[in-house]
Design a protein around this ligand. Sequence first.
Ligand SMILES: C[S@@+](CC[C@H](N)C(=O)[O-])C[C@H]1O[C@@H](n2cnc3c(N)ncnc32)[C@H](O)[C@@H]1O
Length: 363
Amino acid sequence: MNLERTNLTDIRIGEEISPIDTVVDGFKTYQVVHSALRLGLFDWLEEHGPAHREEIGEALSINGMFTRSFLQVLTELGFLSADKDRFANTNTATALLVRKSPAYQGDWIVNAAGEHGKWKMLEETLSSDAANKTGFSDGPSPEFLKALGQRSLRGEIQGVTALLTAWEGFGSAKRLLDLGGGHGLYAIAACQQNPALAAVVFDKPHVIDLTKEFINDYGMDNRIQVMGGDILRDDPGSGYDIVIVSHLLYKFRADLPSIFGKVASALNPKGLFVSNHWFCGPVCGEGSSGVSELDRSIHSYGHPLCHPEEFEAALVENGLVVTRNTTVPSNFGSSHVHIAERTPEGCSQSSRPDEPCGCRSCR
Ligand SMILES: C[S@@+](CC[C@H](N)C(=O)[O-])C[C@H]1O[C@@H](n2cnc3c(N)ncnc32)[C@H](O)[C@@H]1O
């Protein structure tokens, strides 16, 4: 670029700069919260109570030149309250940013900038064929799964569990399988609701140690087991009353019939299958907006599931008949929950489990 003829005083940058400032300030704001979490600020304040700025700076080794403005940003964000120079956690920080809180979201925040994360390496993410590049032994990392568990607690776990417990067979269910369960929170929540229920969380062999940590944290070691394997190759067993599959199927679009076949074989007759996934809107491409839509695409291997009619047909072909199709809230818009019952042996035609299909077992 040759700037020799440019008169610098002719350059005008006006209000149109404001989206650019918003973007850069957004990054800096993120860094403030990220650093506060990494420094353990919210945990420290929770333990010590309201403290003077200098005491906080000293305890967390923050240079005195920055303490006031650093804490001020967090106050403006609503995470700290300030009384003169004394700072304390607000209720929001206590609930969401203190590690020991059950609703802690800190790993979700930190993981957004995780070293090898999809957002940190966005150019690579955008230019790669994500679905093909991810091999069986690549990820997910423990950090990602912890973050995912925290994200799921924003309504999905609660919504799916409420649908599950509303099923008439829930009270008498004895065994549940959570396929691709990762953190295992769906299995844990279900077991909390039915003291007679035991569960198996099936996931990749390198993931299940992290699953065990979650199971242990919730005191479920005696009721929930883990099983390492590949859903495409291995057998998760049989005799289950409930099978849950949540946010696993995006990269297995072409394998749905075979996976549903495994689900059907795992289920007892009249057992329940619960699927929780994002689907595109009535018109493909319709969905949430902006960054949230891009995030959902990244998390669903490029695109949410399409063609709900084909999804349901693949279920029916395997003797799984959809009895309810509803949504639960997720942080990328609504997630679709399909609830299906396994028909008696040999039935695959009926549109509802209570309608006979004409085969011998239905007579
Ligand atoms: C996006 S996470 C979903 C975790 C959890 N079900 C949820 O909804 O939050 C997908 C999970 O499926 C597991 N997974 C992916 N491919 C798998 C395979 N071939 N066999 C078994 N598990 C697999 C991953 O390890 C990961 O834990």
